[in-house]
Design a protein around this ligand. Structure first.
Ligand code: NAG
Ligand code: NAG
Ligand code: NAG
Ligand code: NAG
Ligand code: NAG
Ligand code: NAG
Ligand code: NAG
Length: 389
């Protein structure tokens, strides 16, 4: 009973000591902590005869001490103490070789999470300290229940992805653990997904002037690709614009993906941007603004503005895709229309001429024939008179 207790105590002591030394060996590699004292044993059994230690085949060693058992103690090690250590007996034969690699225990990570849609969470982290050692990451999360689910880790890019999280849960707990040969350190982070929700900026922003409207700008964009397409989660958009150089923004909100700005400053280029927010969730965040776009309203001073008093708006006459940047296109088009009507007029005119000529000819012919007939009648009458009764 006592010996059992004793061996248990020994085990405990050994465990504390080995932990305290903060190092372990794998495949002839010995990992140690920078700034600590590192002890390397010469073989498994203690050496009786004096031994010689070498680093990279040279007998130049950093600050050290060789114990009576032949172990090498390196004091307060720094990076330059790394290398291949070998211990040799007095004949020069090598007993043992270990590669010493030095670094630090992982620190608590600085974790930040992005929630670009209801279906995806991406958490990335930066390491507060450089450990100099290869790291492995393990990440998991849980909602209200006891069950941990994986956050899929990309070690190289230091981030992990959660797909289809339970959005209705008020909070989630994330556990990201970094492990290296010296030990593992977990980092916990509480996530409130509905507050973190921040869409990506709207995409494919297009701003165009509108023919015949020198104060209008037509702004259109698309839902961010990362946002689920179906309309269960519509986005609310904010559009802001200002004349280039002005400090004051004007703003419009819309649920559509196209708006027409009606009060642009005539003849000035305008800066335009759009951003988005989950419409149903006021706790969520606005996306970043889309990149600035510069566009000019329509300018057509040298062109006659058509009469709009009769109720037909030119925007109905000229469909959307003929909007100018575009003054040129619409001009050439009217020129073409004019040509076409000229041709039609010419054709009509020649048809009329043709009909007139034709009818004239017909009339002439008929007259000629009638004259011919009367001549015949007269001559036959004369003949009849000549016949003796
Ligand atoms: C390393 O050993 C030296 C000398 O024995 C001692 O003064 C120092 O406190 C030790 N350092 C650590 C980190 O244990
Ligand atoms: C240290 O040993 C490893 C193999 O254990 C070897 O690949 C490496 O070249 C050695 N480095 C030096 C400086 O001897
Ligand atoms: C590393 O430690 C050695 C003593 O072991 C010292 O001579 C050397 O200057 C130190 N190097 C650095 C970069 O601190
Ligand atoms: C020993 O070799 C390692 C590479 O294996 C190198 O990083 C280290 O600086 C070398 N140390 C000395 C003291 O030459
Ligand atoms: C954590 O990272 C964020 C950005 O990723 C940075 O703004 C912040 O200062 C960092 N905090 C610490 C303690 O490093
Ligand atoms: C966090 O993750 C690490 C690594 O998987 C694990 O060892 C640790 O127990 C986890 N923490 C909790 C509280 O589950
Ligand atoms: C917009 O304004 C900036 C300065 O505020 C100027 O450098 C730039 O040339 C302007 N762009 C246009 C198209 O007027």
């Amino acid at each position: 009973m006592q010996s059992l207790l004793f061996s248990a105590l020994c085990l405990k002591l050994f465990w504390i000591l080995s932990c305290w030394a903060q190092s372990w060996t794998t495949d002839g590699v010995y990992y140690g902590m920078l700034g600590s004292n590192v002890t390397l044993a010469c073989g498994t059994s203690p050496q009786r005869s004096p031994v010689e230690w070498r680093l990279n085949q040279s007998s130049m060693l950093p600050w050290h001490h060789v114990t009576a058992e032949g172990s090498l103690v390196l004091f307060n090690v720094n990076q330059s103490a790394q290398g291949n250590y070998s211990c040799h007996d007095d004949q020069g034969a090598a007993h043992n070789t270990v590669s010493l690699m030095l670094g630090y225990l992982p620190g608590t990570l600085n974790v930040s999470c992005r929630v670009p849609s209801h279906k995806h969470v991406r958490c990335s982290w930066v390491r507060p300290i450089h450990t100099f050692l290869p790291a492995q990451y393990h990440a998991s999360y849980k909602g209200g229940g006891p069950e941990w689910k994986p956050c899929v880790v990309d070690s190289a890019n230091r981030h992990c992805d959660i797909y289809q999280p339970n959005f209705w849960q008020p909070a989630h707990l994330l556990n990201i653990t970094e492990a290296n040969p010296l030990g593992a350190t977990p980092t916990y982070k509480k996530l409130k997904l509905h507050e973190l929700l921040k869409p990506d900026p709207p995409e494919e922003l297009v701003v165009m002037g509108q023919s015949y409207f020198p104060t209008r700008l037509r702004v259109s964009w698309r839902y961010p690709l990362s946002w689920p397409k179906h309309h269960a989660f519509p986005l609310l958009f904010q559009i802001r614009y200002r004349p280039n150089g002005s400090t004051h923004w004007a703003q419009i909100e819309s649920m559509e993906t196209t708006v027409v700005v009606l009060d642009a400053l005539e003849g000035h280029p305008h800066q335009v941007q759009v951003r988005a927010q989950d419409e149903a969730n006021a706790d969520s965040q606005w996306s970043d603004w889309s990149p600035l776009l510069l566009a000019r309203p329509w300018e057509g001073n040298n062109y006659v503005v058509p009469d709009v008093s009769e109720g037909t708006l030119p925007s109905e006459v000229f469909p959307d895709d003929q909007f100018s940047t575009g003054t040129f296109t619409s001009k050439t088009q009217t020129e073409e229309e004019e040509k076409l009507s000229l041709v039609i007029l010419l054709v009509l005119f020649s048809i009329v001429i043709f009909i007139i000529i034709l009818s004239l000819t017909v009339v002439m012919c008929m007259r000629q024939r009638r004259r011919h007939v009367t001549k015949q009648e007269v001559s036959s009458m004369l003949k009849m008179k000549a016949i003796p009764l």
